[in-house]
Design a binder for this molecule. Structure first.
Ligand code: BGC
Length: 918
């Protein structure tokens, strides 16, 4: 047995943490099956002195063990030694370390500094100082933060590799500072220079763009602590005496509009700085992973568009920027514009960027130069080049750098179905592109805000794909800092819109903490989030009527559902499902989750009270929205799905509601009309209620609206709308139309749970179920999830009349395994297992069938050729266009003679497909 990873506060060897009670988690690996931890001992040392010994504790808890020793000292490195014993009488030991930060912004010796009132600086200010090292250096740390976003350089070398620090928080209440180890970067004489751009603090933000949301002037606070070999130390801190401010080539930087960089700029002034009065106690240590470059994409294609633009395609829609090399002329101005797509005619399309200019402009100095922005990012796959000469454009000189909060990869889901693999890829990129310090709605237009409802829809999938506990810990602290019983949970966090809490959006306050607890099992985090949960339901209660129902105020409803449009409602975006039905179902869900949280936290009385409120509310909702015979007031797909998922309909009426859901889907030829709220639950409800194959059909549909339709249209991320690009290749004319929104990526959760078969049975996957479902269209599926205990693997295949299942269960966990087509539960401890047995089941499905819509046939070259020969003139029949959206089956049923012809054409199409795809 060995210890393979130790995390401190969920991070690897963090430096600069400001918590007095960090938690320690470790993963175990063992050659032996059924390994369980029986005891552990934690020792914490400061400078070789033992400061805390937990003593050997008989306990199987290997995650989130809370430090219980004496008060930790600021700016101190600690060594942690973990010893573990298991049930096979094995023992293992491993070490890690962490370092504390300043323990409170008040401990900054430095002052906040800014430019003076009379300042003549017109570009982004660069605050700087010179200092020399006095003695032999042991270690050096830089503690720094800013109002605006900063980049620090020591001797012209960037400190760290993060972007957009100090990150986005509600700066009126919380400002993060970062700690860097700069020991290696220092020489005898040094220049420390910190450039500050507007960022979220002063820059333009919001769908109604407005600058200076938090303040009018950028500022910085920084101190370097130098520890010398002789035991002395020295602090270099921002102040009015030793610091000055200047400016450089960076003339302008904004998130939406981009950067202007003039390498010929020569009018820079140097000025004294001014100490400003900003409360230092607002400073808190960075709480999660940094935003970093996570991948480089080389340029795939150089395109001359019909409109005459020179465009580069990077092949993937990302959040980030382009790095490029150029030998420019002195004073030559070049611009890179950014876009997610080309339009129907192949021209550069920026019509969906709202107010964001998304342009980076550079002025060259005549030398060979390499550029990329540092203080902005764009959502793009294509760039258009302006001001370049033809011989200055070589694809090898252009690389797209994708940025994201650097969260560890925890999920892997690959299958025999290439389109589904592409979908999974799109879901993951939708997440990476939008997890940029906070969970944003989109990376391209003038928005990029922490819309809470999008997180409610997507968080279940997100925590499969990436380790997001620290990322959301930070964001939920932001949320808590702006939530109130009076106004509820802000619609965006950090809040810049100041609007009242609404259903599903505000419900992120219960949905997310509970999801985090289920996925990571961190009770400390649940305890921290419990008040958020409680406050949210108190807010709703204040808005309920005499029946106890929430039936007032603005609601987003089933956002972007397609059924409102079908019913001709004025604001088509809110969907057709009764908005207060949605609000009340999620209110009930919030009460239920808060009751469960109370229970986990040992608050039995509160749990009982919340549970009683939940039951009363469910009764009130039923009285209001469900008829005596089990009909729902608004029987949309979403209403049926929510009613089934959240147990609104009485047991005896469930099958009726399910039937009506299935009928509704059939009326839409098995396509969804659901929006942000209904979509995450549809396939779950179908699979859990005996209609898994219908869920599969919906997933595998390739025509609009569907997940794979987006892929057939070339999507590399998830679109905001089901029909962001219309079948004719034109853009949805509605202005709100991002090609990179993650809400509909919520299907990922269902793919992991139902096709892959993984479900947690105890918080943190301490116990879990593996119940893969044989699903048509998939002959093999590989699922891997890196839980807090280690990797869970479930790979299955079903082909050539054999079923094979390979399983891995991490040490210190157990699993309930249900093998496909075997009707029994196997209880397993940790280890590797594999099974193989015979089956008659065939999961391969031909690409085309009698269910294929007629237009797919009419657009298929092989089919056209065949039909032209078999029935000359048939394709010119105008009547075909009236039935082109019908399945071939329906069209064939109009005439008995035609059926063999259609069966043949489907066969021809399948043969042609096989020939081209093998
Ligand atoms: C955002 C959405 C968000 C919505 C709220 C939009 O502009 O992009 O994703 O949830 O507004 O209705």
């Amino acid at each position: 047995m060995e210890i393979i990873e130790i995390l401190v506060d969920s991070l690897i060897k963090p430096i600069g943490i400001d918590t007095q009670q960090p938690t320690f988690s470790w993963k175990l690996a063992s050659e032996q099956q059924n390994t369980v931890q029986t005891a552990f001992e934690l020792k914490v040392f400061s400078d070789k002195t033992l400061i805390w010994d937990s003593k050997k504790e008989v306990s199987s808890q290997s995650t989130f063990n809370v430090y219980q020793g004496p008060k930790l000292q600021a700016q101190t490195k600690y060594l942690v030694e973990v010893t573990v014993w298991d049930n096979h009488h094995q023992q293992a030991q491993a070490e890690t370390e962490f370092e504390t930060g300043l323990f409170g912004g008040d401990h900054f010796k430095a002052d906040w500094i800014s430019t003076s009132k009379e300042s003549r600086i017109t570009g982004c200010p660069v605050f700087f100082t010179n200092f020399s090292i006095k003695e032999e250096l042991v270690r050096a740390r830089l503690y720094v933060s800013s109002l605006g976003i900063y980049q620090a350089e020591i001797n012209q070398q960037k400190v760290g590799d993060a972007y957009f620090t100090p990150g986005w928080t509600n700066y009126n209440q919380r400002i993060q500072y970062q700690t860097y180890d700069v020991t290696e970067q220092l020489k005898t004489n040094n220049i420390l220079a910190i450039t500050v751009a507007n960022g979220w603090y002063k820059g333009t933000l919001g769908f109604m763009p407005q600058a200076e949301r938090y303040g009018k002037k950028v500022a910085v606070i920084a101190q370097v602590k130098l520890d010398y070999e002789d035991g002395t130390s020295q602090i270099i801190a921002t102040d009015e005496t030793d610091w000055q401010v200047t400016e450089g080539a960076l003339r302008m930087a904004e998130f939406y509009n981009g950067e202007n960089y003039d390498s010929t700029y020569s009018k820079a002034v140097v000025e004294p700085v001014k100490v400003i009065d900003k409360d230092k106690s607002l400073l808190v240590a960075q709480e999660d992973e940094f935003v970093k470059v996570i991948k480089h994409f080389s340029a795939k294609k150089l395109i001359q568009t019909p409109a005459g633009e020179t465009v580069i395609d990077f092949g993937q829609n990302i959040a980030g920027f382009v790095n490029f090399k150029i030998q420019g002329k002195t004073g030559q101005k070049i611009t890179l514009r950014h876009a997610e797509a080309l339009d129907q005619d192949g021209n550069f399309y920026t019509g969906n960027l709202s107010f964001a200019k998304a342009e980076d402009t550079y002025i060259c100095d005549g030398s060979k130069q390499e550029f990329h922005p540092n203080f902005t990012y764009h959502g793009f796959r294509y760039i258009s080049l302006i001001g370049f000469e033809a011989d200055q454009i070589e694809l090898v000189n252009f690389t797209a750098w994708a940025l994201s909060s650097e969260l560890a990869k925890t999920g892997l889901f690959t299958t025999s179905n290439k389109l589904i693999n592409q979908l999974q890829n799109n879901i993951v990129w939708g997440q990476l592109d939008n997890f940029v310090d906070i969970p944003t709605d989109c990376p391209q237009r003038s928005e990029r805000l922490g819309w809470t409802g999008d997180v409610s829809a997507f968080c279940h999938t997100a925590v499969f794909n990436r380790k997001a506990d620290s990322f959301f810990k930070k964001w939920l602290r932001d949320l808590a800092s702006e939530q109130s019983v009076k106004h509820g949970v802000p619609q965006v966090v950090p809040d810049i819109v100041n609007q009242e809490g609404t259903a599903f959006w505000g419900d992120v306050a219960t949905i997310l903490p509970w999801r985090l607890y289920q996925t990571y099992g961190n009770l400390t985090q649940l305890r921290e989030n419990y008040p958020i949960m409680q406050q949210w339901i108190e807010y709703i209660q204040k808005h309920t009527n005499e029946k106890g129902l929430w039936q007032s105020g603005y609601q987003y409803g089933d956002w972007l559902a397609l059924d409102a449009e079908l019913q001709g409602l004025t604001d088509e975006r809110v969907g057709a499902t009764d908005r207060y039905l949605i609000a009340n179902i999620f209110y009930a869900n919030s009460l239920n989750l808060t009751a469960k949280a109370a229970n986990e936290l040992g608050e039995a009385e509160a749990a009982a009270a919340y549970h009683a409120r939940y039951q009363d509310l469910m009764t009130a909702i039923r009285q209001e929205y469900v008829t005596a015979n089990g009909r729902l007031v608004s029987e949309t797909q979403t209403a049926c799905v929510l009613a089934l998922h959240f147990n609104l309909v009485p047991e005896k009426n469930r099958s009726q509601v399910l039937e009506r859901l299935i009928n509704n889907l059939a009326e839409h030829k098995n396509h969804l009309t659901t929006g942000f709220v209904g979509t995450p639950f549809v396939c779950h409800v179908l699979s859990e209620n005996g209609a898994h194959d219908l869920a599969r059909k919906i997933l595998l549909a390739e025509d609009c609206p569907s997940w794979l339709y987006e892929i057939s249209m070339g999507a590399t991320t998830i679109w905001e709308r089901w029909d962001s690009i219309l079948p004719d290749g034109s853009f949805n004319p509605k202005n709100m139309n991002s090609l990179n929104h993650y809400a509909y990526g919520s299907i990922g959760d269902w793919m992991y749970r139902e096709i892959g078969g993984l479900k947690e049975l105890a918080p943190g996957y301490r116990k879990f179920m593996l119940r893969p479902r044989l699903t048509k269209g998939f002959t093999d599926v590989n699922l891997k999830f890196e839980s807090v205990y280690g990797a869970i693997i479930c790979n299955w295949e079903c082909k050539n009349q054999q079923i094979k299942v390979v399983i891995e269960i991490p040490a210190n966990t157990t699993a309930e395994v249900w093998l496909p087509e075997k009707d029994e539960k196997i209880e397993l401890g940790s280890g590797k297992y594999s099974y193989q047995y015979a089956t008659q089941t065939k999961l391969e499905i031909p690409k085309y069938s009698m269910e294929t819509p007629l237009h797919v046939v009419l657009e298929n070259d092989a089919a056209r050729e065949f039909l032209n020969q078999a029935v000359p003139g048939m394709l010119d029949n105008q009547m075909l266009q009236y039935v082109q959206n019908e399945p071939v089956n329906t069209v064939a049923s109009y005439s008995a003679e035609a059926r063999p012809l259609f069966e043949k054409v489907i066969e021809v199409m399948n043969q042609d497909f096989q020939a081209h795809n093998n």
